[in-house]
Design a protein around this ligand. Sequence first.
Ligand code: SAM
Length: 284
Amino acid sequence: MKLYAQSTIRELRDRYGFRFSKSLGQNFLTDKNIIDEIIAGSEIAPGDLVIEIGPGIGVITREAAKIAHKVIAIEIDSNLIPILGETLGDLENVEIINQDVLKSQINDLIAQEEFQGRVRVIGNLPYYITTPIIMKLLEERVRADSITVMMQKEVADRLKAGPGTKDFGAISLMVQYFAEVREIVRVPKAVFVPQPKVDSAVLRLDVRKEKPVEVKDEEFLFKVIKAGFGQRRKTLANALSTLDGYDKSAITAALAEAGIDPTRRGETLSLEEFARLSDVLCER
Ligand code: SAM
């Protein structure tokens, strides 16, 4: 039985009386090539522990479990749990956790395994919470070597964008602060059931062992980045004046000290420049 075949998905849906939930971002993959791209792109190797977000009916889970030491899959929809019991029931190295991933203590799950090897996070993410999931994984410093996930193409474009490009934003810099980002493959919307309105892309995030910039206060750096992009058409001096506790003259002086032209716009600054500025402001 090909789990990813449209006919299998429909048969399971009808037999279990399952209804696809739009609000849970349920668009199931039906293309083996794309599943293989995710598995190959994440470089899952024998002995790796895999954490999968949103297994659906288990199409990616099954392929990952063929290679990995173990797959822990976190699925919020309790209606999918009996289906997963059937589709993955023969695999001893798969554990399904019926939970909201945004509330999961993923580092605790990994710690319970007493596992010293590499940890890979994978998934075809529910699109309505792509960014919160990625930021949670990164900010909580989930003990993963890589995160290989599918998302809406437009979000992928933002996460991998560099300074001066139209897609570059606060989220690009925040994600790139924690990880090196690259695109594995673009995915047409036709390979999902139900079919979403937009195309997708798989990104691989290699979690950095060392930070790309050292700052005095990481939280403050993120505040400066968000403020810098807050009002896109404004100059940096104006945009940063929204930072609590800093008036325009303090911002102008800090920009001068950091050697950054105050008439520039946030979207032209590199992470290094934001880091320099954040440290100067921090001192004031
Ligand atoms: N992996 C499957 C595939 O590729 O066919 C399903 C992918 S589907 C885009 C997203 C999956 O994430 C669905 O199974 C959905 O129920 C699940 N999901 C949605 N919100 C979730 C959450 N907060 N926590 C865990 N899983 C969630």
